[in-house]
Design a binder for this molecule. Structure first.
Ligand SMILES: [Zn+2]
Length: 211
């Protein structure tokens, strides 16, 4: 089937229309309700690759180095996100420990790694059979990775304890803020339509070579 013959359904008013190809930077809107159907983002593959690789570099200090140091009455205590998970686990708050681990540690890493590998393969033009599956999984993870919620919790804690103790900001906090912003930036730079089209074209080319 020719990609230009594909049909697009408006998510707001269900109008079925022929998919038109748009250039980088252009937008396609529904002619009936003016809902944004697609925005062709500029250099999406390169941007996603650059953003995810820098976020992955920041990941280790963001998760494993202390975010804050609290000083009160001569005592100092600091902790990382991983320490928070361990602390909940040792205090037998298993449900909270799993929640922190999954939403703030595991899913963000998985999401960034998947997007990194997919965009890298698209950039260098290497197709593997698992490519569509990896990209599909990265979509499902959108709703589960919530490091930004953890960041809000950290901000609330700073405000609450600032009267009781001296708060020192550690490198882990800055890496974590960077990680949260980069995770959001990877989502906004991602042109899903372009990624699927490139995957489809690579698959077709491979089939053509095999023939
Ligand atoms: Zn519509």
């Amino acid at each position: 089937m020719n990609p230009s013959n594909h049909l697009t359904a408006c998510p707001a008013c269900d109008l079925l229309m022929e998919t038109i190809s748009i250039k980088q930077g252009e937008k396609a809107v529904c002619p009936r309700c003016e809902t944004l159907l697609r925005q062709a983002k500029t250099h999406s593959i390169t941007k996603v690759l650059a953003i995810t690789s820098s976020a992955l570099i920041a990941y280790i200090p963001a998760i494993f180095t202390p975010l804050l140091t609290l000083k009160t009455m001569g005592l100092a205590q600091s902790g990382s996100i991983f320490d928070t998970f361990l602390s909940f686990y040792h205090q037998k708050y298993y449900f909270v420990a799993v929640l922190v681990f999954v939403t703030s540690i595991f899913f963000p890493l998985l999401k960034l790694s998947l997007l990194f590998f997919v965009s890298l393969q698209l950039k260098i033009g290497v197709y593997s059979r698992s490519l569509p599956l990896l990209f599909r999984i990265s979509h499902y993870l959108d709703e589960w990775g919530m490091p930004d919620v953890y960041l809000i919790a950290v901000c609330v804690s700073i405000i609450k304890v600032s009267n009781l103790a001296t708060v020192e900001y550690n490198i882990g906090l800055f890496c974590f803020i960077f990680l949260v912003f980069m995770t959001r930036a990877s989502v906004s730079a991602l042109d899903t339509h372009l990624f699927w089209n490139t995957i489809e074209n690579m698959k077709k080319k491979l089939r053509h070579i095999k023939k």
